[in-house]
Structures are given as C-alpha cells and as structure tokens.
Ligand binder design. Structure first.
Ligand code: HEM
Length: 497
C-alpha cells in the first residue's frame, strides 16, 4: 500500500513537472521577440513583467522603462507583449505618419466580454464598423451643437446650476468631485439623451459612481489579473467582478432611455444622439456596420465614459493647481474681471481676450495628464518604427505622458508654467506637443466639446468663487491608480467673491 502510494505520488510529480516544463517552453517560444525588436526588461515566464507593474504605480513603471530603454521599448504585461511608444517625435511618427499601420485596437478580455466580442462601441471597435460609427458620432456631435451656440448655451445653463449648488455649501468645506462629475455628465446627457439630471437624482448618482469605479477597477491589480487570466478569473470571486456588474447596470440604464426614446420619437425632429441613431438604424439591416440597439447603448456608454471622467477630473486638477498656486488663481480672476466682469455669463467669444486664462487651462491639462497612456493600438502590418521592427499584431501603448512632459519640447516640463502657452507679448500660442487628446485618425472625438467645457466651466467658477483648502492641508499632485489620472479626494472652501 505504502509503495503503491509512493508510485502514484511519484508519477503525479513527474507529470506535473513535465506539464510545467512544457508550459514554460511553449510560453518562451510563443513570446520570443524577433530580431531588432524594441528592447525591454527581462520578463518572467507566464506573468511577464506584471509584478513590477503592480508593485509600482503603472504610470510610473512605464515612464521608468522609457527612461531606461528609450522611446521605443517593450514589456510583457500578462498576455500582452507590447511596445511602449514615448516622446513627441516617435509618437507622432506612429500615429500620424504611419496612421494606417497603427489605427486599430487589439482585443482585451474585458472589452471582448462587454463590447460584443470587441466589435462594439466607439473606443474598442475596428475596421469599417468603427469608421462608420465614428463618422456618425462626429456628425451628430456637430448637428447637436458642437461649435454652435446650442452646446455653449447648455454648458452655460449647467454652470448656473453648479454655481447654485456650490452656494448651498455656504462657504463650508466640501468635496467637489460629485458635483463636478454630475455637471459635466449632464452635458453628455444633453447630447446623448436630450436632458439633464438634478444633482440630487439618486439613480443618476449611482450610475456616475459606477462609471467612475470602472476605470479605477480596470487599472487595479484585480483588473490586470482579469486581463492576464480571464478564463480563470471569471470563475473566482473578487473586486474584478464589479467591473462587469457596473457595466451591466449602466448599460441597463441606457437601454431604458433608448426604449423611452423609441416610444416618443418624431422622425422629422430628432432631439439627440439616441433619436438620430434610431432613425439611422432604419436605413440599415440588422447588425449592418454596428447600427443595432445593443451598439447604440455601447456607443452612448463610451461617450459617457470617455467624456465625463476625463473632463471632470481635469476640472478637479484645475482646483488642485490653482489652490496650490494662489497667485495664478488671482491673476486669472483679475483677467476675467477685466474682460467679462463678475455678472455676465462667459462665452467662447471671450477666449481670445483671455490669453492668460486660456494658457492656464492648457497648462492644467498638460500637468493634469489625465490619460497618461492611451489604451492600446495594434500594428496592422509588419513595419519599422524608429529603427526597430514591429511585427503585425503587436499591441502598442502610447505614452502621452512622455509627450506632455517631453524635456525637448517644454521649457520647464515638471513645473506648472502658463508661460508654455504664451509668447513674449502675453499672447496665446499653440504647442505641437500639447497632445492630451492624442492625434491622428483615432484622436478624441470630443476634443472640441471638452475644450469648450473646460474653458467655460473654469471661467464660470472663478468668476464667482475663490477656492482654497482648510489650513494645514497640502493637496497632492499624485494620482489615484487607474486608467484615468484622478486626484486623491479632497475638500475645498469656495468663498463667494
Ligand atoms: C479633457 C477631456 C478629454 C480628454 C483628455 C480625452 C482624451 C482622449 C484620448 C487620449 C483618447 C484616445 C485617442 C487615441 O486612441 O489615440 C480619446 C478617445 C475618445 N474620446 Fe476623448 N477625451 C476627453 C473628452 C471627451 C469627450 C467630452 C468625449 C465625448 C464626446 C470623448 C469621446 C471620446 C471617444 C468616443 C474616443 C474614442 C475615439 C476612437 O477610438 O475613435 N472624449 N479621448
């Protein structure tokens, strides 16, 4: 009996050892880099460099790799053997000069599960469906007011609501995140579903909370483990499951909106993106180029996710920097007082007359560095980038942070300096390396809207209030881990002017 047990035990040990060695060899062969592939750190079998990524802040880890290995380097994160593209010139070569080679996004486990196998939505989709959906979204953005007074009016109306809400705090310290999120999301609501939600709407607040948590969970260790081992992780309990329950809840909320839009649709008078999409759907076969109801919900979700988190967190960074630099806050207020005064609502026509304020908004976006790494692109063909070989199918990570802090492009890359965007006469000047919205064929579709929102919201807030923090509090410029760089929660005083 003892000998039998020993043999059984022994056989299993050999079998396990054999399987282990086989997996390691298969993993090595599968992930062997071709000659002249961008250099990178040694990576462990199976997990690659995932542990280093998790140990450090992911953003810091990628930036450090670029410092050590250069503007084109590689790392293996879970299943992805990816190339990290850094620095203005190299990044521009990839996404502008070689736009067609790097326009697609690779598949993600999370994206595949939520976005119809990676074929749905505006962000994850590729090919003809992406082109058609992107064009349709852009034309709807234009039709419903981007670049027209209507969107500007919606933003100004929302600023009034926000100002009233802040006044209710009566000068007591409050956390601005929830209010800013609701205000900015209401702009996307107007565009997508033709209405706004009150700041006390419990149901909407819950949706916003879920949408804020999703990028944080995706950027967390649990989110990364899911990406690396989806087949295993989907059966295990853990916070990663919240990613999917949150997505389901938000998509359900949007589907309800789509249903009620269908009930009172007037074909001759589309009110918003949902109406326009439903009308367009009637010209297409089921599943033709993504004109389906399921995809309408996913596209709407993308507008919220891409449009709200980014913009409201930039406004939070604005408070962080202006509170840390009260002289700059004073100077912006003085410029606004001189040009608009404290009672008239701001408009986009004021922007050319407020060069310092405009420069400050740009510098907030640069230092806020809200999307430090653009969710992947993928090489469509074997190609050469820099002097390196990039095989077809390689995922690329675009290090936008390295462009916004590129030492060869900015005078004082690590210091808040509105002078980056001003000439000697104090006039606003554009900078080529200012790429918070990325560039090329997949450049952010909401850039125009976001820039309008940031300018009007910031002017509207500083016109009415001076912001500070309770004595002894030092605001941090470090961010919470996640795919979007959000500041740590903080409370502010808003003193009426
Ligand atoms: C401060 C605000 C914003 C920032 C910093 C920002 C930044 C970005 C970045 C870096 C990308 C990735 C582009 C690439 O892959 O190269 C992107 C994509 C996208 N953004 Fe924005 N964004 C902002 C606001 C908005 C708004 C308001 C909307 C809504 C209309 C929006 C909708 C999108 C969409 C749908 C995409 C995917 C485009 C595609 O893959 O074709 N964004 N954004």
């Amino acid at each position: 009996m003892g000998i039998f047990n020993f043999l059984l035990d022994f056989d299993f040990k050999v079998l396990f050892l054999f399987i282990f060695v086989f997996i390691i060899i298969a993993d090595f062969l599968k992930n062997r880099n071709p000659p002249n592939y961008p250099p990178g750190p040694f990576s462990l079998p199976l997990v690659g460099n995932s542990f280093s990524l998790v140990r450090k802040h992911p953003n810091k880890y990628f930036s450090k790799l670029a410092d050590i290995y250069g503007n084109l380097c590689s790392a293996r994160i879970g299943v992805f053997n990816m190339v990290i593209v850094s620095g203005y010139k190299t990044l521009k070569e990839a996404i502008v000069t070689q736009a067609d080679n790097f326009v697609d996004r690779p598949h993600f486990a999370t994206g595949d599960r939520v976005y119809l196998g990676g074929t749905g939505g505006l962000f994850m989709s590729n090919g003809e469906t992406w082109k058609r959906q992107r064009r349709f979204a852009l034309s709807t953005l234009r039709n419903f007011g981007l670049g027209k007074r209507t969107m500007e009016q919606s933003i100004c109306e929302e600023i009034r609501h926000l100002q009233e809400e802040i006044e209710k705090e009566k000068g007591e310290p409050f956390n601005p995140a929830g209010l800013f999120n609701n205000a900015v999301s209401n702009i996307i609501c107007q565009l997508v579903m033709g209405k706004r939600f009150d700041y006390s709407d419990h149901n909407f607040q819950t949706m916003l909370k879920y949408m804020s948590e999703i990028p944080r969970l995706q950027g967390s260790v649990w989110g990364m483990l899911y990406e690396a081992l989806p087949g295993v992780m989907k059966h295990l309990p853990g916070p990663h499951n919240k990613i999917f329950s949150h997505y389901d809840a938000v998509l359900d909320f949007l589907s309800q909106e789509i249903k009620s839009h269908k009930k009172d649709l007037d074909h001759s008078n589309p009110r918003d993106y949902i109406d326009a999409f439903i009308i367009e759907m009637e010209n297409h076969n089921e599943s033709d180029l993504g004109f389906t109801e399921a995809n309408l919900a996913l596209n709407s979700l993308d507008m919220f996710q891409a449009g709200s988190e980014t913009t409201f967190n930039t406004l939070l960074w604005a408070l962080v920097f202006l509170i840390k630099l009260p002289d700059i806050q004073d100077k912006v207020q003085a410029e606004i007082d001189g040009v608009i005064g404290q009672t008239r609502q701001p408009s986009m026509a004021d922007r050319p007359n407020l060069p310092f304020t405009d420069a400050v908004v740009h510098e907030i976006q640069r230092m806020g560095n809200i999307v430090p790494f653009v969710g992947f692109r993928m090489a469509a063909n074997d190609t050469t980038l820099g002097n390196y070989f990039i095989p077809k199918g390689t995922p690329l990570m675009l290090n936008l942070a390295s462009v916004l802090f590129d030492k060869t492009e900015w005078e004082t890359p690590d210091t808040f300096n509105p002078g980056h965007f001003l000439n000697a006469e104090g006039k606003f000047v554009k900078k080529e390396a200012f790429l918070p919205f990325s560039a090329g064929k997949r450049v952010c579709i909401g850039e125009g809207l976001a820039r309008m929102e940031l300018f009007l919201f910031l002017v509207g807030l500083l016109q009415k209030f001076s912001f500070s923090v309770p004595d002894g509090i030092e605001l941090s410029t470090e961010a919470v881990t996640g795919t979007i760089r959000a500041p740590h929660p903080f409370k502010v005083y808003a003193k009426a002017r």
